[in-house]
Design a protein around this ligand. Structure first.
Ligand code: TXA
Ligand code: MG
Length: 366
């Protein structure tokens, strides 16, 4: 049975002391606890306990070659996890932690279960900013391995209800601290040298922000919106495909159950293209949906299942709502989904990355 505890996101609220203590005990005893972070909900377990970490993989149905991010509450925990690092890593941590930045660093041998790193000699570390996450990790006194708290291949959860939908009965507890903040997962980076940051997965911390500290920021090819995808959510890499630096990037994540595609171009032409395709699909008896930006919603007055993602002029709000929108199409059993695209500046880069993955990298340009 999965326990659900509602907690106040304000850590000063002493009423929640008991829930944190119980949740921390579950983690210390090798259990699994889902909790909110400022990106999405995570499914946590003690990163040093192999049995506990295996429970994460089992609950999610996650392929075991996809390593997990280790979450820490303070810098003392970091020193036990990684080998000494250079100046750039320290500067990035000082600037962006706590926050939505995950840094891949050389792991101290034996510091975490080999299941966490999937046998790599690096570990991905992040210090989340969400008060509930911080309080839980601190109370447990352990480094906490935590992937997003969804079934593998499903959109990441941004509410406790999403976690329950996917994992009820498969995990020990959920701390419900309200809706997660950014709505997209953290930016995952590795350091190429003392000047260069490589983005393995775009996210809440943008390339523009990283460029304030690094002389050079590059994108790993697997994080590009039209990077070739792979559609089984869990099998081996496509033959001939170069192994991505971030193992998770080779899987088509974030997918709704319906068949989704992106249409890019001038708004009126995009709308005309989508409406004609949707009409044809409906004539075949399919249930259709569109995912559009507020500025263009009026163009889709005749469509069924129109979900407005937010404003193009406020892409951070659109990012917050993306995964809930993809899940809403599932709830309505929509079979064919068409989505607009957005410019790839700032958080728009991460948003396009996730939209593109959800669409299995199918983009029509009109
Ligand atoms: O915002 C987030 O990052 C959320 C919250 C819960 O913190 N977590 C999350 O975890 O998105 P997950 O497991 O869904 O994604 C982790 C990503 C995967 O793409 C994985 O391949 C990559 O990080 N990763 C983990 N360890 C790595 C390593 N040692 N080297 C390269 N990539 C790594
Ligand atoms: Mg995930």
């Amino acid at each position: 049975l999965t326990q659900l505890w509602r907690v106040d996101a304000d850590p000063a609220n002493a009423q929640n002391g008991e829930q944190y203590a119980e949740a921390a005990q579950l983690l210390q005893g090798g259990g699994t606890v889902a909790f909110p972070t400022e990106t999405v909900y995570g499914l946590g377990a003690d990163a040093c306990n192999t049995t506990a970490v295996e429970r994460i993989f089992a609950a999610k149905g996650r392929p075991s070659d996809n390593p997990l991010i280790v979450h820490i509450a303070d810098m003392k925990q970091l020193d036990d996890l990684i080998l000494p690092t250079g100046q750039l890593a320290r500067m990035l941590m000082n600037r962006f932690w706590p926050g939505p930045l995950t840094i891949v660093l050389p792991v101290k041998p034996g510091a975490v279960s080999p299941k966490v790193t999937a046998g790599l000699d690096t570990v991905a570390v992040r210090m989340p900013a969400h008060p509930v996450a911080r309080q839980l990790i601190a109370a447990s006194g352990r480094p906490i391995a935590a992937p997003s708290a969804n079934r593998s291949g499903r959109p990441s959860p941004t509410t406790a209800a999403h976690v329950i939908d996917d994992l009820d009965g498969r995990i020990d507890a959920v701390l419900d601290g309200g809706t997660a903040g950014v709505g997209l997962e953290s930016t995952v980076i590795e350091l190429v040298d003392e000047e260069t940051v490589r983005i393995l997965r775009p996210g809440g911390v943008t390339a523009e922000q990283l460029l304030q500290l690094a002389a050079k920021v590059e994108y790993d090819s697997s994080s590009a919106p039209d990077a070739s995808g792979h559609n089984d959510g869990g099998g081996a890499a496509e033959p001939g495909l170069e192994a991505p630096r971030s193992p998770g990037m080779k899987y088509t994540h974030y997918a709704p159950r319906g068949d989704m595609q992106l249409v890019q171009g001038e708004a009126a032409e995009v709308a005309a293209c989508i409406q004609s395709a949707a009409r044809q699909a409906r004539s075949r008896g399919e249930r259709t949906g569109v995912l559009v930006f507020a500025e263009h919603a009026a163009l889709y007055g005749e469509e069924e299942h129109v979900i407005v993602l937010g404003r193009l002029s406020a892409l951070d709000e659109a990012a917050q709502g993306l995964y809930a929108a993809l899940r809403a199409f599932d709830d309505r059993q929509v079979q064919r989904i068409w989505a607009e695209t957005c410019p790839e500046a700032g958080i728009g880069h991460a948003l396009m990355n996730r939209l593109s993955k959800a669409a299995g990298h199918r983009i029509t340009r009109v």
